[in-house]
Ligand binder design. Sequence first.
Ligand code: ATP
Length: 236
Amino acid sequence: MTPILSTKGLTAFYGDFQALFGVDVEIAPGETVALIGANGAGKSTFLRSIMGLIRVKPEMIQLDGRPVGGEPPHRIVSGGVAIVPEGRRLFAGMTVEENLRVAIDNASGRDGTWTLDRVFSLFPILKEKRREPAQRLSGGQQQMVSIGRALLNQPRLLLCDEISLGLAPRVIREIYEIMPEISEAGTAVVLVEQDVSLAKQASDRLYCMLEGRITLTGRSGEISRDQIAAAYFGGS
Ligand code: ATP
């Protein structure tokens, strides 16, 4: 099966500073893959490269086998990729529903199964708060809006950048509980996570990154804590 996403020898730079050194990652349609690594390992840079926010060579990133590296973000989004960005980045002055409707408008013309009602059934609290300004919601509820907004782009590949960051454990559980429904809809997911055990539980496969390189990959259920520790911190 052609992977929905593959990166081949992906390198990325900020000016002269090299942040990624030949990253090879493959994700099958509908698969959930976790990307873990310490602060500064390059996880966000990896996501930014896919989204077209960093200049890379075309063949370094392939969507459905088609080279797309360096294409502008709107082309990547219309190719079926959506991101839940770190820090959520909602339109603070808009209501919950208005935030979600922006994505519906952007996705017009793209096929998909996500509707406002489906997002509300995933996160019922958002239906209750649909007329409230997004900025008045709790951090967890804002994260739900951010996920809902990404889903309404009808992605076949959803990139999640540290969605658990700063949230209470109960809220994190609530958010992660809906992940299987996203997979069942056929959407592949990349979970960038600092919380290693959460990443392991929630994914089919896992990649660990250290200083811009993949240091470990395998099925999440088969990787040991010791293997992760070595790959995460370096040394052996
Ligand atoms: P975090 O968990 O802190 O977000 P990360 O694994 O996502 O970490 P990146 O943010 O991708 O790591 O950073 C990778 C490297 O690139 C780091 O050394 C970081 O300092 C550097 N870097 C990130 N953004 C920039 C930038 N805009 N300009 C220069 N260097 C950057």
